[in-house]
Design a binder for this molecule. Structure first.
Ligand code: FES
Length: 131
């Protein structure tokens, strides 16, 4: 049912855990299944310097979130925002049809975190200019 890659990411999740003082946090989940995921980012010079995640949910939700942390680490914010659900699904070697939509939420959560960060940066620079 699950690919070897997905099982590996579920059993040995990469970059798992909470991050102290992140620059951005994204939260998402699936209210129907009850799965919840958080993505934490450290951002330096417009690049994802570090990334961590916490996912409370099924193997597919944990495996896909683990995978996106590897895909996004070191990327610029623009590059990371372009990662799609399809990219994540391909990277984990496919998802069973029943899990395809419900568990593959990490690309949205990552994008949310980055959008929030960019909006905060914009607000800060607006305040500075207003001074
Ligand atoms: Fe995990 Fe649906 S069962 S997201």
């Amino acid at each position: 049912m699950y690919s070897k890659t997905l099982i590996d990411h579920f059993r040995n999740p990469r970059n798992m855990g909470r991050m102290e003082n992140p620059d951005a946090v994204g939260k998402g989940g699936n209210p129907v299944c009850g799965d919840v995921m958080y993505i934490y980012l450290k951002i330096k010079d417009n690049r994802i310097e570090d990334i961590k995640f916490e996912t409370f949910g099924c193997a597919a939700a944990i495996g896909t979130t683990s995978m996106i942390t590897e895909m996004a680490k070191g990327k610029t914010l623009e590059e990371a925002m372009k990662i799609t659900k399809k990219d994540v699904e391909n990277a984990v070697g496919g998802l069973p049809p029943i899990k395809r939509h419900c568990s593959n939420l990490s690309a949205d959560v990552l994008r949310k975190a980055i959008e929030k960060y960019l909006a905060e940066q914009k607000a800060k620079s607006g305040k500075k200019k207003g001074k």
